[in-house]
Design a protein around this ligand. Structure first.
Ligand SMILES: [Zn+2]
Length: 552
C-alpha cells in the first residue's frame, strides 16, 4: 500500500475485496506500529492491519491506515512487535485430546513409578470395578529403560480395569482385569491388522496391545461421556491451543460426536480455533446418506475430509516400511487396512465430493495409499480433489514424484525431530534424511503443511518452526539435516499451506484484505532470532475472527 487516499476513496479502492456494503463499514480495530509478516508475496511486510467484523479490511503502512478510523475505532499500538497469520495445525486431535485431558490420567511422566503413583491416586477416587484410563504414556521417555508391563499395572491398581494409551495412540497397555473384561486371555489370536503381545518365554499376556487389537478393549470400556463433556473438552483444549498461537486445527480423526461438540462449543462462545473436522470412514455411509460432504459448515466449524488409516505409527514404531527397523531385522511394521478396503471406502467418498485423508507413515503405506488415489482419479477424474497423505513420513524420489503429479498434500509431523529425538535411532541416520521431508516436498512444489498430531506430538507452533528449521532434538542431536527448510518457508508451511489443505486459501493463511482476522503477536521477531531458540519466543496475543482468544 503506497497511496494515501482519504477514508472514502480508500474504502472504495478496496471495495472489490470488501464483503459488506460500503455505507455500513465501520472500522472496529486498527493494529498499528507493528512488524507484520503477511505471508502475502505481493506485500510481504506491513505496519498496520485494519479489522472489521472479524475480517481484515486493509493491510498497509501506519500512514495509510491510521487516519481511516472513526471515533468508534479502537487503535492498538503494537510497539514494533512481530505479527504473523494465525497458525494452522493441519493434523491434530484436539476434540479427542480435550476430553482426554478432562477425564484421563496424564501419563506424560518420567518414570514407571511416577505413572503407578498417578494411577493409584486416580483409582482411589474411582469406584471399584470402574475403569481407570490413562493417556500420553511414552515408553521412550521414562528413566526405567523398559516398557510398562502388565505386572506394573496389576501392582499399582489391582481392583480396577486399567488401560493406558501410548502417546502415539496406536498401542495401549492393560492390566489383568482389563483383559478379563475384554475377554482376552493368553490364547486369544491376533485380530487382522492388530497384535496382542506376550512374554516371549512364558507365552503369557505382557499387557501391550497394538492397532486393531485395541478395538477389543475399546468395546469393553463403557462410553460414559455426555454431550456436555465433549463440549467441555473442546472448551478446555481451545484455551491450550490459543495460548500457542493456533487459530485453526484440522480434527484428523473426527466423528459425528466431535462435529456436534464443535457446534455446541461454538454456540456457547467457547470455541477459540476454527475446526476442519474430518470424519472417520466408519461413519461415512450415514454422512453421505444425509447429503453431507467436505466443505459443509462455516468459517468456524466445517466438515473436513474422510479419514482412512493405511499403516501404523512412527512414535510407536509400527509404520509399514520397505526395509526393517534398525536392530529388528524381521520388523517391517503393520498395515492396518487392506488396499481393496481403502479403495472401496475411498471410491464412495471420491464419487460424492469428499476430500480423502489417509494416514500413511511408512514408504509402503504411502505407496499403497498413492496407488488407491491414482486409481480413483484414473477411473473417475475429479477436479481438484486435494487428496491428503496424513503424516507421509518416510518418502523416496518416486513417491515425491507421484505426490506432485496427483497434487496431493502431505501433512508431516512438525515437532517430532525436536520432541521425539530419542525415537529417531530406530529409523537410522540414512532414513532420517527421507523423513518429515519438507525440503523434498517444497523443492518439488508440493504444498506440505504444519501438523502436530497432538496428543502424539506437541502442538506448539514455535516448536514446529524450530524443529523444521534446525532438525535438532532437545539434546542437540541433528536428525536428517538434508530436510532442513528456511524459517520463511516454515512460516508458509504453518499458515497458507494449512489453509490450502482445507480449501480455504482464499479465506485465511495470510494477512490480506478480505481474509479472516486470525493472527498472532509474538514477543520477539523470529526472523531475527537464533533458530535454536525459536521455541522460547513468547506468544503475547492470539486473535481469531477479530477477537483476542489469548492475551498474556
Ligand atoms: Zn493423527
Amino acid at each position: 500500500m503506497t497511496i494515501n487516499p482519504g477514508r472514502r476513496e480508500f474504502l472504495a479502492s478496496i471495495a472489490a475485496v470488501s464483503l459488506f456494503p460500503l455505507e455500513e463499514e465501520q472500522l472496529e480495530l486498527i493494529l498499528h506500529s507493528g512488524n507484520i509478516v503477511t505471508v502475502n508475496s505481493r506485500e510481504p511486510r506491513a505496519q498496520a492491519v485494519a479489522i472489521s467484523r472479524g475480517r481484515i479490511l486493509a493491510v498497509g503502512s501506519d500512514a495509510d491506515l491510521l487516519h481511516l478510523g472513526t471515533a468508534n475505532s479502537r487503535k492498538i499500538d503494537l510497539a514494533g512487535k512481530t505479527v504473523l497469520p494465525g497458525f494452522i495445525d493441519a493434523h491434530s486431535h484436539p476434540a479427542m485430546a480435550g476430553v482426554m485431558h478432562l477425564r484421563m490420567v496424564d501419563c506424560d511422566l518420567r518414570s514407571i513409578s511416577a505413572i503407578q503413583a498417578a494411577l493409584r491416586d486416580r483409582a482411589a477416587k474411582t469406584p471399584a470395578g470402574e475403569w481407570v484410563l490413562g493417556f500420553k504414556y511414552d515408553d521412550t521417555k521414562t528413566s526405567d529403560g523398559r516398557s510398562l508391563k502388565i505386572e506394573d499395572l496389576d501392582a499399582a491398581v489391582p481392583d480396577h480395569p486399567v488401560q493406558i494409551e501410548h502417546r502415539g495412540g496406536h498401542t495401549a497397555y492393560c492390566n489383568s482385569l482389563a483383559f478379563q473384561k475384554a475377554g482376552i486371555d493368553d490364547k486369544t489370536p491376533d485380530p487382522a491388522g492388530g497384535k496382542i503381545d506376550h512374554h516371549p518365554a512364558t507365552g503369557k499376556l505382557n499387557g501391550r496391545v497394538a492397532e486393531s487389537a485395541r478395538e477389543i478393549l475399546d468395546k469393553a470400556i463403557p462410553q460414559t461421556l455426555t454431550r456436555d463433556d465433549h463440549r467441555e473438552g473442546v472448551k478446555l483444549i481451545s484455551k491450550m491451543l490459543a495460548k500457542t498461537g493456533i487459530t485453526s486445527a484440522h480434527e484428523a480423526q473426527g466423528t459425528p460426536t466431535d462435529l456436534l461438540a464443535y457446534q455446541d462449543a461454538h454456540e456457547a462462545g467457547e470455541l477459540l480455533y476454527r475446526a476442519y473436522c474430518f470424519i472417520n470412514y466408519r461413519y461415512i455411509d450415514s454422512m453421505i446418506a444425509a447429503g453431507v460432504r467436505t466443505g459443509l459448515g462455516d468459517e468456524w466449524v466445517r466438515v473436513g475430509a474422510m479419514k482412512l488409516v493405511c499403516d501404523g505409527s512412527i512414535s510407536e514404531r509400527t509404520a509399514r516400511l520397505s526395509t526393517a527397523y534398525e536392530g529388528r531385522p524381521n520388523d517391517f511394521g503393520i498395515l492396518v487396512m487392506a488396499e481393496e478396503e481403502l479403495y472401496s471406502y475411498g471410491r464412495k467418498a471420491h464419487l460424492t465430493g469428499w476430500q480423502i485423508g489417509t494416514h500413511a507413515n511408512g514408504d509402503v503405506g504411502i505407496d499403497t495409499t498413492l496407488r488407491v488415489y491414482e486409481r480413483l482419479q484414473r477411473e473417475n477424474p475429479r477436479h481438484d480433489p486435494r487428496f491428503r497423505l496424513e503424516h507421509c513420513t518416510v518418502i523416496n524420489d518416486d513417491l515425491v514424484r507421484r505426490i506432485k503429479a496427483l497434487g496431493a498434500i502431505p501433512t508431516p509431523f512438525s515437532t517430532y525431530v525436536y520432541y521425539h529425538g530419542e525415537k529417531m535411532k530406530y529409523y537410522g541416520a540414512e532414513r532420517l534424511n527421507h523423513m518429515f521431508a519438507l525440503r523434498s516436498f517444497l523443492d518439488a512444489g508440493i504444498r506440505a503443511t504444519q501438523a502436530s498430531d497432538y496428543p502424539p506430538g506437541e502442538f506448539i507452533p514455535m516448536m514446529a518452526l524450530q524443529s523444521e528449521v534446525t532438525r535438532t532434538d532437545t539434546k542437540g542431536n541433528v536428525w536428517g539435516p538434508k530436510q532442513k527448510i528456511t524459517l520463511e518457508e516454515a512460516i508458509r508451511v504453518g499458515t497458507i499451506n494449512g489453509a490450502y489443505a482445507s480449501y480455504e486459501e482464499n479465506l485465511k493463511g495470510s494477512l490480506e484484505a478480505g481474509k479472516l482476522a486470525d493472527l498472532v503477536v509474538l514477543g520477539r521477531d523470529p526472523l531475527k532470532e537464533n533458530p535454536s531458540t525459536l521455541i522460547s519466543i513468547p506468544v503475547e496475543r492470539t486473535m481469531a475472527g477479530g477477537r483476542w482468544t489469548f492475551e498474556a
